[in-house]
Design a protein. Structure first.
Lengths: 116, 112
């Protein structure tokens, strides 16, 4: 069966410090990978998605970046955190399209980031 | 790109009553519409989904309807129970496009 791991679960970082959140998927190959951010009381905002190694699509211009160094690894990074980067970050995956139909996305446990 | 609007943002119902959450989407090419439930502090999990070749789908107490012409879809929960209390998200996904766009969420509270 497939599983998704995301860490750390919680993180408190000072303004201006770097960030690295990691997400890995097991039990599947060539998944679509996603990073979402959920601000308090708000919806899920798509930040990045990737359909393959080294392929990253950015949805929101900001000081965050994403990388996919391996097929089942997705990393969210920042060189200098801002207060506004605080939120709940969720990694997700879904299978590569089957017969042209999109499918369910599976979420990691999430990382609650507080920038102080 | 796709834009998904969701209403209401909060919904409070009495146990046993029905709850309806509505979403609209902008891209007529969207063909997959999932609904996720997120309990407090937990990850969103799929509860039901519908594809554009179907108008309605039901799974026990939950059902989803889709109107492609009007570009809106709705979640219906009947005989609500306190454990249905959570935030519900709708989403839409465009054919031949790998991103999935979510609505802003509806916080449902079921009062015993």
């Amino acid at each position: 069966s497939q599983t998704i791991h995301q860490w750390p679960a919680t993180l408190v970082q000072p303004v201006g410090s770097p960030l690295s959140l990691e997400c890995t998927v097991e039990g599947t190959s060539n998944p679509n990978l996603y990073w979402y951010r959920q601000a308090a009381g708000r919806g899920l905002q798509l930040l990045f998605y990737s359909v393959g190694i080294g392929q990253i699509s950015s949805e929101v211009p900001q000081n965050l970046s994403a990388s996919r160094p391996q097929d089942r690894q997705f990393i969210l990074s920042s060189k200098k955190l801002l207060l506004s980067d605080s939120g709940f970050y969720l990694c997700a995956w879904n299978p590569a399209r089957d017969r042209g139909m999109n499918t369910e996305a599976f979420f990691g446990q999430g990382t609650r980031l507080t920038v102080v | 790109g796709e834009n998904v609007e969701q209403h209401p943002s909060t919904l409070s119902v009495q146990e046993g009553d029905s709850a309806v959450i509505k979403c609209t989407y902008s891209d007529s090419a969207s063909n997959y519409f999932p609904w996720y439930k997120q309990e407090l502090g937990k990850r969103p999990q799929l509860i039901i989904d519908i594809r554009s070749n179907v108008g309605e789908k039901k799974d026990q107490r939950i059902a989803v309807t889709l109107n492609k012409t009007a570009k809106h879809f709705s979640l219906h929960i009947t005989e609500t129970q306190p454990e249905d209390s959570a935030v519900y998200f709708c989403a839409a996904s465009v054919y031949n496009n790998n991103d999935m766009r979510f609505g802003a969420g509806t916080r449902l509270t079921v009062k015993p």
